[in-house]
Design a protein around this ligand. Structure first.
Ligand code: OVV
Length: 394
């Protein structure tokens, strides 16, 4: 049986706007599909996405997790010493992040995060009607995350265009990428400077990562790169996830009522939004040797595009996959990835999502869409440019 081919362009405006019909077509073509436009393989079914994520020996990250093969094309920025690596280097750098961002390490943040969310909701209730992208989905992470990192107040918003650049760069060099990297120099310089020890507060994730260098766990050159990795992945992603959760709760008001009746569901309501939306839609791997996928074998040095968003809505794995169901058993979704590269910041993301929703539950009876919802165009992240909402007070 030959591997089927498709000319679907996952990076076209049309597919980025609404990827679901294309995902269904790709899933139904077979467990692995040749994407003729880009000369890469696509994996859109849950079982095979999961299998690829869990086999880092055959499916490497060290040649980049975007469409470009670092062994053929010079990376546009210094590769991440965490994301774009394999063991053993990966395990050492990841180990430092993993300790700093562990659920236990984050328990001290629960109260300040809750207070910040309550303060924000109080202000938003005064506005009543507002754009939830800048005012909530961006405003919340842009406060609590840089505070937890130990960053100064100035220019925190630069984290957004930086994330936009990096997540665009995993796709082809199209108009989305070109627009994001235009005028990039000051933002890249700023992120580099913010990663250095002297620019980080004596307490916070940044200082804790640098302290790992004192213990010999990281070199002096690696420490700022491990900080940069957290700065890159830590804001744009949670902005999209919180936006997705608000969009789901507004579109499925019965589900909002359900969480209000049982606030302990807030955590799962955020998790289900991550499954339903899959803010990080795609990542690539590169084969290190001939590798079997779904009964087919592909050669060495091939780029494999994993459609995480498609896996998270694969009817072979999920019942009523397009429904947002706050009581769903979400375990096993790949919205945070899986395997050795699974999102190292997921406990932090969950803390933020839960804090925002919990603050809304007690004060807001209903979240309504109050205008035209506009999607944002990014080669990897699925999110909103604008999400006008109205809060109905409890
Ligand atoms: C998961 C992720 C996304 C973007 C950048 C990085 C990680 C990084 O390590 O730089």
């Amino acid at each position: 049986m030959a591997i089927p081919e498709s000319d679907i362009d996952p990076y076209s405006d049309e597919v980025l706007e609404n990827p679901h019909p294309s995902h269904a077509l790709l899933r139904d073509l077979g467990p692995v599909v040749r994407l003729s436009r880009y000369g890469v393989y696509g994996i859109a079914r849950y079982a095979e996405v999961r299998a690829v994520l869990e086999d880092w020996q055959s499916f490497s990250s060290a040649r980049g997790v975007g469409i470009e093969d670092f062994s053929k094309v010079k990376p546009w920025r210094l590769p991440s010493v965490v994301l774009e690596t394999d063991p053993p280097l990966h395990d050492r750098t990841r180990g430092v992040q993993s300790r700093v961002l562990s659920p236990l390490a984050l328990s001290a943040l629960k109260e300040p995060f809750a207070r910040a969310a309550e303060d924000l909701v109080t202000r938003l209730l005064d506005l009543r009607e507002f754009d939830a992208v800048p005012e909530l989905a961006e405003a919340y992470p842009l406060t609590v995350f840089p505070d937890a990192m130990g960053m100064p107040r100035e220019n925190r918003r630069f984290l957004l265009p930086y994330g936009d650049m990096v997540f665009n760069s995993f796709g082809p060099r199209n108009a989305n990428f070109e627009a994001a990297v235009r005028d990039a120099a000051p933002v890249i310089e700023w992120v580099q400077a913010q990663s250095r020890r002297e620019n980080l507060a004596p307490r916070g994730f940044g200082a804790e990562i640098h302290a790992a260098a004192d213990r010999g766990e990281l070199t002096e050159e690696e420490a700022p790169q491990v900080v940069r990795s957290v700065l890159t992945a830590g804001v744009d992603t949670t902005v999209s996830a919180i936006g997705a959760m608000l969009h789901c709760l507004a579109r499925f008001p019965d589900q909002y009522d359900r969480v209000r009746a049982e606030p302990r569901l807030a955590r799962n309501a955020f998790e289900e939004a991550v499954r339903h939306e899959s803010p990080v839609q795609t990542f690539f791997r590169t084969t290190t040797r001939p590798a079997a996928i779904g009964g087919e074998t592909i050669g060495e040095g091939e780029k494999v595009l994993m459609f995480l968003g498609s896996a998270n809505r694969d009817p072979r794995r999920w019942e009523r996959p397009d429904d947002y169901d706050v009581t769903r058993r979400t375990a096993g979704h790949v919205g945070f990835g899986a395997g050795i590269h699974a999102c190292v910041g997921m406990a932090l993301a969950r803390l933020e999502g839960e804090a925002v929703l919990s603050a809304l539950l007690s004060r807001v009876a209903r979240i309504e869409i109050a205008g035209e919802v506009r999607r944002r165009r990014n080669n990897t992240l699925r999110g909103f440019a604008s999400l006008p909402v109205r809060l109905v007070p409890a």
